[in-house]
Design a binder for this molecule. Sequence first.
Ligand SMILES: Nc1ncnc2c1ncn2[C@@H]1O[C@H](COP(=O)(O)OP(=O)(O)O)[C@@H](O)[C@H]1O
Ligand SMILES: [Mg+2]
Length: 227
Amino acid sequence: MNREFISYQEVLKLYNRQDIHIFESHNNMPKVISTGNGEVIKFFYKKTWFSSNYYAPYAIRFLNNSRKLQTLGVLSPEVTRLKYCQQLKAHIIHYKKLPGDTLLSLIQNGNHELFSHAIKVISYLHKKGIFFRGIHLSNIIYQSNNNMVLVDVTDMAIKDKPLSLPMRYRNLQHLFFHKRDYNLWKSIGMDNCVQQYLDLSGLSECAKKILSYLFKLKLNLLIRVPK
Ligand SMILES: Nc1ncnc2c1ncn2[C@@H]1O[C@H](COP(=O)(O)OP(=O)(O)O)[C@@H](O)[C@H]1O
Ligand SMILES: [Mg+2]
């Protein structure tokens, strides 16, 4: 995909459009916005001079990951434009706004049956060898046809075989112990969630026992050590 160059003035025009909705900001700058014509625009500002962003810009990782995910049968936004603003040192990508809501907002509104959908997503990703570091409830959009779409796909590793046990354990922790979502998961019973994952995991009985043991240990520690 060709990288278009965009001036700071053009970025300012985007910020000041009357029809935008800001999903996320960062340091008082818009980070993810949607426009009246159904586009989402995400800004990747350069963090530091030495950040790895310099070598593999996050926007390009997003673009590559979303393409790879599509070939693996995982839905994610299709990037339609890639831009760069020299003055801001920011990459900007455009993609379509998806119908549906995040699992987080749906669950917070009482749809507790949707927890199991997040577990379905992560077990599918693991079987396909996908380690999605950003896995948590506000990065999964649930649609009325039961489809689930991953957003925020910058940070992931894709292997050519199912994930190893340590990687699965690490990634499940990203899902269940995410600072914001932890109490939600706890409210429906973490043991039950781990069991649901194991049932879908395709792991051997021995591997399931190890994973289940590691979680029991972690949960016991969390109960004993007050935060
Ligand atoms: N394609 C999209 N369609 C609809 N909503 C989206 C889309 N992309 C992002 N969002 C919304 O914007 C929020 C922030 O986007 P995200 O890419 O997760 O940014 P951040 O890196 O700040 O977490 C998401 O949680 C979701 O609510
Ligand atoms: Mg996000």
